[in-house]
Each structure stands twice: as C-alpha cells, then as structure tokens.
Write a protein that binds this ligand. Structure first.
Ligand code: OGA
Ligand code: MN
Length: 209
C-alpha cells in the first residue's frame, strides 16, 4: 500500500478516475474534490451569505427565449467572473481548469473554456428533470457541479437524481463532492431540499466564451 501520496499525486488519481468514469459511463462522482475548509471558505463569502437577496432568479433557455418558470426550477444563480473572483473561488476555478486540461489530454477532448455560476436553492425549491444541452449547437459538453453544504443529511433531501440507462440513481449534495457528466447524454433533476442548498454549477465548453 502506498502511504505517502503528495497532494499532486492525489489530485492526479482523482482526475484519472473522473476521466475513466466519463469514458465508461459518461458520469463520475468524486468526494473531496475540494476540502471541507475550501468549501466553507466559499459559502462564507458575502456572495453566498447574502445571496438570496442578490443572486438572480435562474431562467430557462437563452436570451430572448429565456423565461423564468417557477414550476421547472427554483434556484438563484450568479455567474462567476474569472477576472474578479475572490481567492476562495479562484481555488476552485483553478482546480476545475486543471481538470479540463487533464481531460483534454487523456480523453482527446477539446474543451476550451468553462462557464460557472454560484447557485442557491432556497428551501423547498427544485429543478425538474431535464438535459443541460438543449440544442445541437449547444457548446456545453460536460456538466461539472461542486457541492458546498457541510453536514448534509439524508433527511435534508435535495438529491441530484440522474437517469441512467439502468435506472435512476440519487446523489446527495455533500461539501466537496464533484459530479461530472456528459451534458448531451444524461437527464437529471434536483429533488426539493428542506435546507438551503449551495453549489457551483458549471459547464465545460468546446469554444471560448
Ligand atoms: C443544473 C442542474 C444539478 C444540481 O443547474 O442544470 O441540473 O445538483 N443542477 O445542482
Ligand atoms: Mn442540469
């Protein structure tokens, strides 16, 4: 057994497992993608603490098609600007970028950029079953979500339910957990939570933003 892995070696093993999962099933789940304290530093930012007041109600569709539909999704979002993001967020952005580079090399992808928003689901809110890539010209290739709530419990609900060929499977939004899947392939939904639910939701794109 190898007892002393460096931080870099651990990250490399995580990235390799994510690449394997994506290649095999189009999906991967990774715990401790960021540490509990790194997740905590993000939810302690003013952005998250006052988020419900300042984040925008998330819509469905793009530009003129954009509509807000309470019956489909109830989350509040704020897009992250890479150039001004605070250090706590920058740590995540850098790791996600390292993952993108790794996936490009190991899976011969050409992911050029990522778009990521901070997300708050107020108590009772949900996101009905959907696919992240709606149209053929969509540049979203991979959905990448990092969860941020400490001590999330089963009774808090808020599972991400993914519809695999073999049937649905649920994942709890625990701090530090990263879920990555093919945006064009896997339908999914967020079940209602009875606790505010925090995450960073992103997409790796095949073009620069
Ligand atoms: C989304 C989404 C899932 C989650 O924002 O498109 O499906 O677990 N989020 O937050
Ligand atoms: Mn989605």
């Amino acid at each position: 057994m190898i007892l002393h892995l460096s931080v870099e070696e651990k990250i490399d093993m995580q990235f390799a497992a994510i690449a394997d999962g994506l290649a095999d099933t189009g999906f991967s789940v990774t715990d401790n993608f960021i540490s509990a304290s790194e997740a905590n530093a993000i939810t302690s930012l003013d952005d998250f603490r006052t988020g419900l007041l300042r984040f925008k109600k998330a819509g469905i569709g793009k530009l003129q098609d954009k509509q807000i539909n309470e019956g489909i999704r109830g989350d509040y979002i704020q897009w992250i600007d890479k150039t001004t993001a605070q250090p706590a967020l920058q740590i995540y952005l850098n790791r996600a970028d390292a993952l993108r580079t790794y996936l490009n090399r190991s899976l011969f992808l050409s992911l050029k950029d990522a778009e990521i928003h901070q997300t708050i689901y107020p108590i009772g809110s949900f996101y009905k079953r959907h696919l992240d890539q709606f149209k053929k010209d969509d540049h979203r290739k991979l959905t990448v979500i990092c969860y941020l709530n400490e001590n999330w419990k089963e009774e808090n609900g808020g599972q991400l339910r993914i519809y695999f060929k073999e049937g649905p499977k649920d994942f709890f939004p625990m701090a530090g957990r990263l879920i990555c899947f093919r945006s064009d392939m896997l339908e999914h939904e967020v079940l209602p939570a009875n606790r505010e639910r925090y995450s960073l939701t992103g997409w790796m794109l095949d073009k620069e933003q």
